[in-house]
Ligand binder design. Structure first.
Ligand code: ACO
Length: 326
């Protein structure tokens, strides 16, 4: 097995900002309710013409430039998310063409908001085995397109973004050390888009019943999220035989500040060690972890040699963690 590292990161958010005050004009809510229940102040919204691959393209360009890699150097492109451009073909293929990555394979991975951790584990395995040298992993989601803007309990939560990473043989930075992945398909109904797939194909009826929008059992997902973050962090520490004190920074999926605070308390890890940007972007699904990772790096929160844990949960239910040494 070869040692594997993250050569670079990139991220993109659309310029349009939707604040809690704007939402007050759209549904029966308040800035105070959203801030105290979620920690979110504003989120970014893609314009009508922007699909997942458009956001992915912008984040990828930054990651490739920072890695000093040409698109033609890529062996594989993996896009993860829940709001792909089309049911098929893969958004990764659209990105491959747009980038001009003429020697790369391309595929999508769907693991809800845990997508980036799942996709990173695949890239890691390809490079560790020596099959590939340059793998682009992109988490991209345009949740605003599947949000029911009449449902105040969910529409306040989400935003649009993309984050990317270039995974290569280890060159002295961002070594991928270990990962932990889990799922529980018995929780499907707590978070899903009920129609548009082969279970409930799209029809006039499904559209009239608003079944093409995301449905979320908020309190239940909250409870599960806290439990699985604890599970994943504990498991990855045990696997690596590290102590909580060894970890410099945790980069959690940004869904709700109260989920992060409760998990930090239950794990007895100081909350300051959890990177937070949910206030500015809301929940951006598969983009959330790479976007937070990119910002943590740019803000100087990550130093050479630091142990980092990425930890996420999402629809499926899926959850997992990745241990990295910067
Ligand atoms: N504005 C004002 N009041 C509201 C709003 C709103 N936007 N939304 C709900 N309420 C009301 C409810 O109607 C309810 O009123 P009632 O008591 O009169 O019935 C009250 O506020 C409390 O509602 P709850 O749903 O119990 O509120 P809770 O404190 O659980 O917060 C929230 C809701 C923010 C959705 C929370 O449960 C949460 O964050 N859950 C996790 C969501 C999440 O992380 N999902 C993952 C998303 S997808 C993914 O990551 C793949």
């Amino acid at each position: 097995m070869r040692r594997v590292g993250i050569a670079s990161l990139g991220a993109y958010v659309p310029p349009k900002i939707l604040t809690n005050k704007d939402l007050e004009k759209m549904v029966d809510t308040s800035d105070e309710w959203i801030t105290t229940r979620t920690g979110i102040k504003e989120r970014r919204i893609a314009d009508e013409s922007q699909a997942s691959s458009d956001l992915a393209y912008e984040a990828s360009k930054i990651a490739l430039a920072e890695a000093g890699i040409e698109p033609s150097d890529l062996d594989m492109i993996i896009v993860c998310g829940v709001t792909f451009d089309y049911p098929f073909p893969a958004t990764a293929c659209i990105l491959q063409d747009r980038l001009g990555a003429n020697k790369a394979g391309a595929m999508d991975i769907e693991a809800g908001c845990t997508g980036f951790i799942y996709a990173l584990s695949v890239a890691y395995s390809y490079v560790a085995c020596g099959f590939y040298d340059n793998v682009l992993v992109v988490g991209s989601d345009v949740l605003s397109k599947v949000t029911d803007w009449q449902d105040r309990s969910s529409c306040i939560l989400f935003g649009d973004a993309a984050g990317a990473a270039v995974v290569t043989p280890y060159k002295g930075q961002g070594e991928l050390l270990n990962f932990y992945l889990r799922s529980d398909g018995s929780r499907t109904d707590d978070l899903l888009i009920p129609a548009g797939g082969s279970r409930n194909p799209a029809s006039h009826k499904t559209v009239e019943e608003r079944l093409h929008y995301m449905k979320l059992n908020g309190p239940e997902v909250f409870r599960l999220a806290v439990r699985v973050i604890e599970d994943a962090v504990t498991a990855i520490l045990n696997k690596a035989q590290l102590k909580k004190e060894d970890i410099a920074i945790l980069i959690p999926h940004q869904a709700n500040i109260r989920i992060i605070q409760t998990a930090a308390r239950n794990l007895a890890i100081p909350q300051e060690k959890f990177f937070v940007n949910v206030d500015r972007y809301g929940n951006t699904s598969a983009a959330s972890i790479p976007l937070a990772f990119y910002e943590a790096l740019k803000e100087g929160r990550i130093k050479k040699g630091d142990y980092i844990i990425l930890v996420g949960f999402g629809a499926g239910l899926t959850w997992g963690a990745f241990l990295i040494r910067w």
